[in-house]
Design a protein around this ligand. Structure first.
Ligand code: GLV
Length: 314
């Protein structure tokens, strides 16, 4: 197998884990840590916080691949890449279980007031067991609505079986057990979001949707913040349209909508879905392997969008 030519320039964004850098170095490449001025750069290994838009691509005169160290690619203008013949890759599958685990952690924490209880104990407010102290909601045997049953949504559904939950699914693909979003919102005790962010899914959950949910319902979002109208969610939580929420992602990440952090019926996490040692290392390795493959002129297993991802060696 031919190694990519050493003169290829690979830009790696600061923060990409050493596991990814090692893959590049073992292939004889010399990764350059740096910014998004991509003049003369052949491949970019970037993070989901990097906005790869027309402005960035305008300076990319040699770029052949944008390898995102994430499964979501909403940070990348896929159309603009396709127009320029720049391939895009992501890191699916390896983060499915970690993200599904974290979804359940949020669901349980929100339902059973785990964070509230931790704060109470640390603050010296636990003065003894009382029957009504910290009462939350049952999880076992309840109804879970999965919005966007793709890889991660299905992995969440799998975990729900252990809690003997009834699972409802709502998504684009037709299947006999699918229900419409309205029906799901009306029937589910827990609603978990797993759609990619697009024009179609932005504010998929806004005031009308939140008002459809039962007043005890719990909303979990480990997908992308803008899928939820966060200002409407603050009102829903404050005014009791729904019972609680668990959020790993935010509409204007890392900023929070006014009032969100003051609410005690929401659990807030700093985008930790795939944050395990093993998963993040694998993500970095996969993104780096995609770079190596494209620079060798090989196809990549996980292209995103329309541009060709093979035969790119010049
Ligand atoms: C995380 O949010 C990812 O898209 O990988």
């Amino acid at each position: 197998m031919t190694e990519p030519r050493a003169e290829f320039r690979v830009r790696v964004r600061p923060g990409v884990l050493p596991a990814g850098l090692r893959v590049l170095e073992q292939a004889g490449l010399e990764p350059e840590l740096g910014g998004l001025d991509l003049r003369g750069v052949d491949a970019l290994l970037c993070l989901l916080t990097d906005r790869i838009d027309e402005r960035v691509l305008a300076g990319a005169d040699r770029l052949r691949l944008v390898a995102n160290m994430a499964v979501g690619t909403d940070n990348i203008d896929l159309e603009a890449c396709a127009r320029r013949g720049i391939a895009v890759s992501n890191t699916p599958d390896v983060l499915t279980d970690a993200t599904a685990d974290l979804t359940f952690a949020l669901l349980l924490a929100a339902a059973r007031r785990v964070v509230w209880g931790d704060r109470l104990v640390r603050g010296g407010g636990f003065t003894g067991w009382r029957p009504e102290l910290g009462i939350g909601a049952d999880v076992t045997g309840r109804t879970l609505g999965i919005v966007g049953p793709g890889r991660i949504g299905e992995a969440v559904a799998e975990r729900a079986q252990g809690f003997r939950m009834r699972v409802l699914r709502s998504g684009r693909r037709a299947a006999p057990d699918r229900v419409g979003l309205s029906e799901l919102l009306e029937q589910a005790d827990f609603v978990s979001l797993h759609v990619p962010l697009s024009e179609e899914t932005q504010h998929l959950i806004g005031e009308p949707e939140l008002r459809r949910m039962p007043t005890h319902a719990v909303l979990i979002n480990t997908a992308r913040g803008p899928v939820v109208d966060e200002r409407a969610l603050v009102r829903a939580l404050r005014e009791g349209w729904i019972g609680a929420a668990g959020l790993d992602v935010f509409e204007r990440e890392p900023r929070l909508a006014p009032g969100l952090a003051a609410l005690s019926n929401v659990v807030l996490l700093p985008h930790l879905g795939s944050a395990t040692v093993e998963t993040r290392n694998r993500m970095a390795e996969i993104a780096a392997r995609n770079v190596v493959r494209v620079l060798r002129g090989e196809s990549i297993p996980n292209p995103v969008g329309a541009a060709p991802a093979a035969g790119l060696v010049r």
